[in-house]
Design a protein around this ligand. Structure first.
Ligand SMILES: Cc1ncc(COP(=O)(O)O)c(C=O)c1O
Ligand SMILES: N[C@@H](CCOP(=O)(O)O)C(=O)O
Length: 400
């Protein structure tokens, strides 16, 4: 049993309603009757990791639309740990999901819910990854998908996915925040199902990142969870996952949630620094990490609660710092990530340097999207190939 509840005024709504926010404007959360949910560590042992492994804690009452999302690797990264200066570092590589980002976890739940609620079209605004996931799950479910993208600011691999999987792709002359405002209005007026992270059901899928980390670490939770923050849904979702496992007695602590943004686009970081409970939107966010080029994160209130409840924090990094971390992940650990994802490691490095995170702590960084999502950025930061004549002599000349 579950229902929706406003995080601001507490008003409750039945699960049958198509709703994204409360009548007071507050964000909604999915509330379960945990006394009816029985999950033991023994029940989870020996079952392969996947989003639907945790179906008892997911709000879907029909056969799910799935392309085997979740079950991503948690790499122990000793070389990177030594470089950033922490005792123990793991990287949860969400780029290894079917479409190359964590959004698949949300979409398998969100698109299944769309069918359950009888919705006939789905839509989102996107900096790229949400649109890729929406298009692919829409194709699998045979539901038409509409995506609104900020013109010229979406990485090539993501646009390719949305186009190939058959979504109607609209390039908006505006930024992501403009596109989100428009798609919300479109969905309300045209009875289209909105699948951005303002949809509380979509976030339920993403909380399984927290469940999997617990499962993979044999329920010994790390001290910190460090991740990039854009529209601020994922930090909220993972925190909820951690809390649920603790409430069910599966773990004994909730890691401190550390949100990372870029200096050109960091409303959450500013709110945390100023001790505020809500953000001041940024009109012109700018960063090479286009996935998190967001000035008015829709889940800001939830994210700020997750950070404060977990005694966590937030930090910003420069574009140069995130590129350095992207190269470290690639060359020290063999983990290929897109720019936004590398902010987690760049942020960790900064938090250790400034003494916020101690050398003795254990940390999990989430890398949210795959390197191949943004080949243009890689080409612009990586060395160029060396062109040589097709002779051994020419090859030897450049190698030795
Ligand atoms: C690769 C990548 N990393 C991080 C984020 C930020 O996640 P969230 O919007 O849930 O904060 C996004 C999208 O927003 C993304 O596509
Ligand atoms: N990076 C996101 C931005 C939209 O976030 P959402 O979680 O609200 O869908 C994207 O990939 O579009």
């Amino acid at each position: 049993m579950y229902y929706l509840k406003c995080i601001e005024c507490g008003k409750e709504y039945p699960k049958t309603e198509v709703l994204y926010t409360c009548e007071c404007g507050g964000l909604l959360d999915v509330i379960y009757d945990y006394s009816q949910i029985d999950i033991k560590k023994e029940d989870l042992k020996g079952i392969a990791l996947s989003v639907w492994k945790y179906a008892k804690l997911l709000p879907v009452d029909r056969k799910p639309i799935t392309i085997q999302e979740g079950g991503t690797p948690l790499y122990k990264c000793d070389r990177l740990a030594e470089k950033v200066g922490v005792r123990e570092l793991y990287v949860k590589h969400e780029g290894m999901n079917p479409t190359g980002s964590f959004k698949d976890r949300g979409m398998t739940v969100g698109v299944s819910k769309a069918l359950e609620l009888g919705m006939e079209t789905i839509a989102c605004a996107s900096t790229g990854n949400t649109s890729a996931a929406l298009s692919i799950y829409g194709a699998k479910a045979a539901v038409p998908a509409i995506v609104l993208l900020p013109e010229g600011k979406v990485a090539l691999g993501k646009v390719a996915q949305a186009l190939m999987h058959g979504a109607k792709v609209l390039s908006i002359r505006g930024n992501f925040d403009d596109a989100l405002e428009l798609v919300r209005e479109l969905c309300d007026k045209e009875k289209i199902y909105l699948l951005n992270s303002i949809n509380p059901y979509r976030l339920e899928g993403q909380k399984t990142i927290g469940f999997e980390i617990a499962d993979q670490l044999d329920f010994q939770m790390p001290d910190r969870l460090v991740l990039p923050v854009g529209n601020a849904g994922n930090i909220t979702a993972i925190h909820k996952g951690f809390k649920e496992f603790k409430n069910l007695g599966l773990t004994d602590k909730v890691p401190q949630m550390m949100g990372i943004q870029t200096e050109g686009s960091c409303p959450i970081v500013k709110a945390v620094r100023e001790g505020k409970t809500d953000i001041t939107p940024e009109k012109n966010p700018e960063t090479i990490a286009t996935a998190i080029r967001i000035g008015n994160p829709v889940n800001a209130r939830k994210a700020l609660i997750a950070i404060s409840e977990s005694n966590g924090g937030a930090e910003s990094v420069t574009d140069d710092e995130l590129v350095e971390a992207q190269i470290d992940l690639a060359q020290l650990e063999g983990i290929g990530v897109e720019p936004a994802s590398a902010t987690s490691v760049a942020g960790l490095k900064k938090l250790v340097e400034t003494g916020v995170i101690g050398a003795n702590e254990s940390v999990v960084c989430v890398t949210t999207g795959h390197l191949l999502k943004d080949p243009e950025e890689v080409i612009s930061v990586a060395p160029k190939p060396i062109v040589v004549d097709a002779t051994m002599e020419a090859i030897r000349k450049v190698l030795y």
